[in-house]
Every structure is written in structure tokens, then in C-alpha cells.
Design a binder for this molecule. Sequence first.
Ligand code: ZN
Length: 423
Amino acid sequence: MMDYEAAADLLDFIEKSPTAFQAVEEVRQRLLWEGFTELSEKERWELRRGGNYFVTRNHSALIAFSIPEADIYQFHIIASHSDSPTFKIKENPEMLVENAYVKLNVEKYGGMLLAPWFDRPLSVAGRVIVRENGTLKEKLVCVDRDLLVIPNLAIHMNREVNSGYSYNIQKDLLPLYGGVEAKDSFFGLIAKAAGVNQEDILGHDLFLYNRDKGSVWGAQSEFVSAPRLDDLQCAFASLCGFLNGQRKESIAVYCVLDNEEVGSSTKQGAASTFLKDTLLRLNGSLGRSYEEYLMTLAGSFMISADNAHAMHPNYVEKADPVNRPVINQGIVIKYNANQKYCTDGVSAAYFKQLCEKAEAPYQTFVNRSDVAGGSTLGNISNTQAAMNTVDIGLPQLSMHSAFETAGVKDTWYLLKAAEEFYC
Ligand code: ZN
């Protein structure tokens, strides 16, 4: 595989992953294809050396790992996230407007740029929980056609709009679903797409997704644009590196966690016990003590992989005066004195050495000192399973837009670095 093939495969991965549920399902399918054994958190684990396993939680987070034959006391972990900012369908979503239209009631999931969600085809995906023979079953659902649009108000009716507009989510962002005849049809349509009876649907987690196809573009086809690059680009590149790697010199662990966009404090997020529980069970099934678990953590390393801001061509002043990541110039190491990013001198040095071995260039990101930045997985995850950690990401533009832009080469660089890390 080369960088352009990796970019094409990335776009395919993103297209199959309209929400965190489908992203995890896509990773699950690829792991099954590679011969990994699926574990259930509800059952006893009997693991063997040389085995390859994975476990999911909530069907929106996944941890895969490979146990080397040799007796090794070290985890090598890469963690990314499965979710992206979007809109969640509320309960009783249909709203009849003047007996003329049906629109849907939605609320915001995460913090996004709102304007890009207008005037483009959208649809709905996620999961439904259905009654089946006296038990509750989860079914993934994706309405695979253009179904909704959030229409803008014409310039003629708001002449000042281009001088700045303050959006009201409850008023401005409700998607148009149909004419008056569409009333009471939404859950019938969802049931049909899920292959279930409408009356059996007792619960749902449904989200809007952008129907726009990803694209490789630019003078030398150097850019890649798609929905949800943050953080599916890292989830994808680290997965490819994990599968390509030898996975012999450490206990290789691949994580994709949910709910990063809303603070990670859920049972399947980075603040949860999911990683810690999985590592403890892995440790126990090798016949090791808790002390040996702590010894292993002390010798372990985590790469927290979540996309980074590239210097913007129209807003260079928004970047730090000297630490200015550029698209296609390599993996971004993120620094923050207040430890929103947990990179320190030690973990940065380790990661730079890894990149050099992998022949993957790296660059550095620090927020301007007068701007508060975001946070990510690493420092949150460390409160549950603490180890030496570096925060990195791939440089991108338009973070949290409905259509984001990154670099063809950078996906490849992370893939190579991950492969080296999982040696
Ligand atoms: Zn992210």
C-alpha cells in the first residue's frame, strides 16, 4: 500500500462510518477478517500467548490487542476516538410546520461549526434497540440515501447575514424531512432501514450525517477532504499500522474510544474504566499479579492520537509564532504547559525517535499563549491507566466542520509510525 491507496482506503472507511457505531463495526469487521477473536465483557476470558483479540463496549468503543509469545511486561497503546460533532435526533422528533412541512427536532452533539451543515444532503444513522423474543436487541441502522436538508434563509430575508450571524440551534438548525404527507412516517422509515418492526423499537441513538463523499484534490492531489476526518483519520491510520505491525516486542493495544467530543466521561469514553478493565483482565489471564500489572504500566507507552490544527492559509496569525504545523509535513506532536496535552520532554523524545525509525516526519503544535485550546484523550485516559503518554495528531484544516481537510501523505506517515510502534 502507498499513500494514495491509503487515502482511498481512508475515504472508504469514513464512508462506511457515518456514526461511532458504524465506525466500530467497520473496525470489528476488519479485525475479524484478520483472524482476531471477539471477546465479550460479560464472559470469562481465557487468553493464550500468540493470540489476537478484541472487545467492544456499547458498540461504540473498541479495544484490540495481541499477546506476544515471549513474556513481555509492556503495553504499546494507540488511542483515538470514534465520535464526531453532529446532531442527535430528539425523542418525538417530527414537527409539523403550518400543515405544510415536516421537520425534525435535533440537538447538538459536541461543538461544531454550524454553517457547513446548511444546504447539503444529510441523512440519519446510528442504532435502534428493539424487542425481540422477550429480550432487547441492538440493531445498527443507516438510511443510505439523501433524506434531509437544513435550508438556509435567503440573503433577501436577512441582508446582514454576511456580517456575522448568531445561530440558534433550536430555531435555525432543524432539518427539513418532508411535505405534510410525511407526517408520522419517520420511525417507519428507520424501522425499514433497520429491518425491524416499528412497534418493536423501544430506544434509539440516531444522528445526522453528511452525505458528501470524500475527495482527494489539489494541484498534486495532495489534500484529502471528507466528513469526520477528526478523528477517523487517526483511527484508520493506527488500525492499519496495528494490523501491519509484527506485534511481538510489546503487548500491542489498539483503542478507539467514544464520546471524546462531549468530554469522554461515559462508560465507553476515555475517562471510563474500559481500558483499565481490559488491561487488568489481559494481565490476569496471563497468570500475573496486580503488582505485575503495575510493573507493566510503568514500562508502557501510550500514543493519544487525535487530529491537530494545521496553519490556516487565510489565518496564519492564529498559529503560534514558531510551532506551525503544515499539511503533509508530518505527524504533529502536541504540547501544552497545563497538560491538556500530556506530551512531556520524555514522551516527546521517545516519539521523535520512533518517527525517525519509521522515516515519518514530525512537527510540533502549541497553542498561541493567548488562546485556550481544546483537550483530548491522553490526559483523561491517564487518570484510569497512567503511563508515559504523548499527544499527537495529523494536521488538518476546518476542524469540526461538516467537511474537513487534511493531507494524503500524513495518513501514510502515521500508518508507518504506528507499524513501527507495534513492532
Ligand atoms: Zn478529535
